[in-house]
Design a binder for this molecule. Structure first.
Ligand code: HEC
Length: 130
């Protein structure tokens, strides 16, 4: 009865390997200058108009902590579907992207030359805890 156990263990290893692969394929993080200063500036205006009333920056620090190691695109989709809580989905798509750039920048993550774009590799950018 030793054989089946070993086969099961091998299978579990193989499955575990396949599941972890997509995560290790994310080669970028929010530390890597994945949004521009222009997006941060635009995001501040969106934030002040649509987000400020209900959350403070401390709230976003905790949010980034709880989302750390997840793809940035997932957070974008989450905010898009649920925020602002009094009118979900009411902003333009680029405004959601800009507000994320602003929040990340306020938490100390750097700007760069690449425009953050949900259609271009945002699923490959990993969130880190501030
Ligand atoms: C009318 C109040 C209100 C406004 C305006 C609002 N939110 Fe929220 N937000 C909430 C509530 C309520 C929750 C869920 C409860 C909680 O986690 O505190 C929430 C949760 C969140 C979360 C946590 C999501 C999660 O699953 O971890 C994020 C991120 C967020 N809001 C971002 C935003 C952004 C960005 C804006 C502006 C575009 C915004 N919110 C505007 C009330 C609001």
């Amino acid at each position: 009865m030793k054989r089946p156990v070993r086969i099961a263990a091998t299978l579990m290893f193989a499955v575990g390997f396949m599941v972890t692969l997509p995560v290790t394929a994310q080669d970028k993080t929010v530390e890597d200058g994945v949004f521009t200063q222009a997006q941060v500036d635009a995001g501040k205006a969106v934030y002040d108009a649509s987000c400020k009333t209900c959350h403070n920056m401390r709230f976003y620090r905790d949010t980034l902590r709880s989302w750390s190691n997840q793809p940035l695109l997932y957070l974008w989709e989450n905010i898009l579907g649920t925020m602002p809580a009094d009118n979900p989905g009411s902003l333009m798509l680029n405004e959601y992207t800009e507000v994320i750039a602003y929040i990340l920048h306020e938490q100390g993550f750097p700007t760069g030359d690449t425009v953050l774009d949900p259609d271009a590799g945002m699923d490959q950018i990993k969130i880190l805890a501030p």
